[in-house]
Design a protein around this ligand. Structure first.
Ligand SMILES: [Zn+2]
Length: 332
């Protein structure tokens, strides 16, 4: 069976083509993420002087830290004052006006979020909230992208578990499209798009991995671009990540840890990306209540090929209904 499905938030079509992969074991990862001993790791306790000066730490700076924040040594965007350089009518450019930080989310070189107690994830997300709040104090920052790369294939240059947070003076393309679609839906119906999407997913049930007993819903989206793509949303949905209560943050932290555990067990610790779709700076005329935050997990089991790179359309060989079923059945 193959069908074309559109995600209402990203506006992107996917080709759900489960018939292309006859054997599910094609989608488990091998070999497992290669291990290094971590002897020269700048993120390990005892090597604190090898990172740029610390910005924040939990529960405290110095020995015993559980979460530590430092500037990225090789920032993708500079913190200099924002310069809008307009080359000509066609090419736009700007420099500075951002921040690029690293949240070292584990003191243990070998352990990632999937291996920690659920309560540890709440501490990590609370720290992320603090950093997002601080970044939005920079007037040039319009959008913040927090993400995690796990495994070399997924872009992790250091094995030691960490998150990255990039504050930018412009909206990244996917964020801009999602904002536009959510605004248009809200103007048309008076309802928030993500809330309606989740209500529909709850009605259909088959793509739900976990229901929101503890304030979070975990599901494989209808038009998943990747096999085992998983999303976690606070339920009831929340407009602002920064303003979300400690209970909501704890519920999302727990759901994130459980999802990462399911994926690790079911798919043999594959490389993966976690992305936090959170609020942007509100523009005049935009409706705050039209937008909600969510977390996306994408296991990197396939390579992007011609259609994905050129047309931006993904072929997904594992239907999200099948993926959700397998994740639900995985004992953690
Ligand atoms: Zn380390």
């Amino acid at each position: 069976m193959a069908d074309m499905r559109m995600d209402p938030i990203s506006g992107k079509w996917s080709l759900i083509a489960s018939g292309r992969s006859a054997r599910p074991k094609n989608h488990s990862f091998e070999p497992a993420t290669p291990e290094d001993a971590g002897e020269n790791c700048p993120f390990c306790p005892g090597h604190e002087e090898e990172t740029p000066p610390e910005i924040d730490a939990h529960p405290k700076s110095g020995p015993g830290w559980q979460v530590r924040v430092v500037p990225n040594k090789y920032p993708a965007i500079s913190p200099d004052p924002l310069l809008n350089e307009k080359a000509d009518r066609l090419f736009r450019a700007m420099s500075g006006g951002g921040r690029h930080e690293v949240i070292i989310d584990s003191p243990d070189h070998k352990k990632s979020l999937a291996d920690f107690p659920e309560v540890h994830a709440a501490d990590v997300l609370t720290m992320l909230q603090r950093r997002v709040r601080a970044m939005y104090e920079m007037t040039s920052v319009r959008s913040i992208a927090p993400f995690k790369n796990h495994g070399k294939v997924a872009g992790a240059s250091l094995e030691h578990s960490h998150l990255q947070v990039i504050g930018m003076p412009a909206l990244p393309p996917n964020t801009e499209i999602a904002r536009r679609n959510s605004e248009a839906f809200y103007r048309e119906t008076g309802k928030p798009l993500l809330e309606k999407t989740i209500e529909w997913e709850l009605e259909q049930e088959k793509r739900i991995v976990e229901t929101g007993k503890k304030g979070a819903i975990t599901y494989c989206p209808f038009a998943s671009r990747f096999p085992f793509q998983t999303e976690i949303t606070p339920w009831p949905a929340q407009n602002s990540f920064v303003e979300s209560s400690s209970e909501v943050v704890a519920a999302i932290g727990s759901a994130l840890v459980r999802s990462l555990r399911r994926i690790k067990r079911l798919l043999n610790d594959p490389p993966l990306n976690v992305f936090f779709h959170i609020e942007t700076r509100l523009e005049p005329g935009e409706h705050d209540e039209a937008h909600h935050w969510r977390v996306e997990i994408v296991p990197r089991l396939t390579v992007m090929a011609g259609l994905e790179i050129g047309a931006g359309m993904h072929i997904n060989e594992v239907a999200p209904e099948e993926a959700a079923g397998k994740l639900r059945e995985t004992r953690i």
